[in-house]
Design a protein around this ligand. Structure first.
Ligand code: CTP
Length: 406
């Protein structure tokens, strides 16, 4: 995740989840950010400033006044950083920020802040459900602050319910959204990912080496850039990307059904899934037994999902992928024509560091009109950024044409 050069202010308030903020700080630093921690007095009852100072390598700010305090720190801090995250945020902090109260360093910084803010509430379930707290959160959201939903589960008070601080990885993902350009805001994007499983019998299936990593990276990055993202995924071992609606499928035919149903309402389809071209003619209901020396299976072709959605296309931008071992550009261009694509992402899967299963990819982006754009070896997340840059440009051109024809 590209946080390199980014400076983040982490506000920590007084809840039992304050100890988890240390992990949030660690992950942000691991992603390349510089983190400045500001703690309230109550937060220091739960965890000491020394923990954060040691993790971040920076002095922790705890008080508004004192002989070694810069008198303008409360204004400067909230304006110098790239983003502000409050984790955990207590009901008290939320109430003060909603009401415009600045009675300590953190709340005063937030009054003067000009940078994007993420609030990560954590509290007892009844407190969370309290209409006053909900009203305060709605006021914050109305003013453009982002608020994360707390997680459900066992709470420190012994009850089970909504109120847990979201996992540190999810907070870091939400911060990535805060730092990204919002050039896909208002766009609906459908991404497919992973392999498909085509059953021979209840325990065996035909599949391929796709891990789903490139498709999941596309879904993550599209969400960060403000899109409303739906991911239709074949079986993978990857966690669901934060903020993305996930539809899990097994076979090519299931994937086709979901994609066809969702496609008409979308602005763009990115078909990164490695769909199995064939399936066994018939999946046996009972486990196939080891009865013969040799065995042959009859396979039949699966429908081509991209060809099926082509006639449904109205304003959508459609991006396909071509993973090839030979004649990369010729094959990619053939697929672009036959599947009526706006852009095809071609990659040579002969290389060990590109394509299936690994975290890196070397691809060429081939638009229907214009020159191919060969990219160097990049992380799959960086490749996703480049592909989505093209999608943003294609959507802008499409909007221009729609306005002209209106
Ligand atoms: N694709 C699809 N439906 C299928 C097979 C592939 O929509 N049944 C999509 C893939 O998701 C990808 C593009 O078509 O975006 C190209 O997939 P690929 O497997 O490279 O191409 P095929 O058309 O299957 O051709 P071949 O396997 O002969 O190379």
């Amino acid at each position: 995740m590209a946080f390199t050069g980014k400076r983040i202010l982490l506000g920590v308030t007084g809840g039992i989840a304050a100890y988890k903020a240390a992990e949030v700080a660690r992950r942000l630093i691991g992603a390349g950010a510089r983190v400045k921690v500001v703690m309230t007095r109550a937060a220091q009852e739960f965890v000491g400033p020394l923990t954060f100072a040691a993790l971040t390598g920076e002095k922790v700010a705890t008080a508004m006044f004192g002989p070694d305090r810069d008198p303008l720190e409360h204004v400067a801090l909230g304006q110098e950083v790239d983003a502000i995250v409050v984790a955990p945020a207590t009901a008290n902090l939320i109430g003060k920020v909603a009401g415009g109260i600045g009675d300590d360093l953190l709340t005063t910084i937030m009054l003067a802040a000009t940078r994007p803010v993420l609030i990560c509430p954590a509290m007892n379930a009844e407190m969370w459900a309290n209409p006053v707290v909900q009203g305060n959160l709605a006021r914050l959201q109305g003013r453009g602050l982002r608020v994360m939903e707390p997680a459900a589960g066992p709470l420190a008070c012994g009850a089970v319910g909504l109120g847990r601080l979201p996992e540190p990885d999810l907070i870091v993902e939400a911060v990535a959204g805060l730092l990204s350009p919002q050039d896909l805001a208002g766009r609906k994007i459908l991404v497919t990912a992973g392999p498909t499983h085509e059953d021979f019998d209840p325990v065996r299936f035909l599949t391929n080496r796709s891990s789903g990593k490139q498709g999941y990276a596309l879904a993550r990055v599209a969400w960060r850039r403000g899109a409303d993202v739906t991911l239709v995924s074949g079986p993978t071992s990857l966690p669901a990307p934060y903020g993305v609606k996930c539809v899990m499928v097994r076979s090519a035919r299931d994937m086709g059904t979901e994609v066809k149903a969702l496609f008409p309402e979308m602005d763009a389809l990115l078909m990164a899934a490695a769909v199995s071209d064939y399936r066994p003619i018939q999946a046996e209901v009972r486990k196939i037994k080891r009865a013969h020396e040799e065995m042959a299976f009859h396979l039949t072709q699966n429908p081509d999902i991209l060809k099926q959605v082509a006639p449904l296309k109205s304003q959508q931008i459609v991006v396909g992928f071509a993973a090839e071992t030979h004649d990369l550009e010729t094959e990619a261009r053939r697929k672009m024509r036959e599947k009526q694509l706006d852009l095809i992402v071609a990659n040579d899967v002969n290389r060990p560091d590109s394509g299936f299963q690994v975290d890196t990819n070397e691809v060429t982006l081939i638009p229907r009109a214009g020159d191919p754009l060969p990219l160097p070896l990049l992380s799959k997340e960086e490749v996703a950024v480049k592909i989505l840059d093209q999608v943003v440009a294609l959507l802008k051109t499409r909007d221009g044409v729609l306005v002209k024809n209106a």
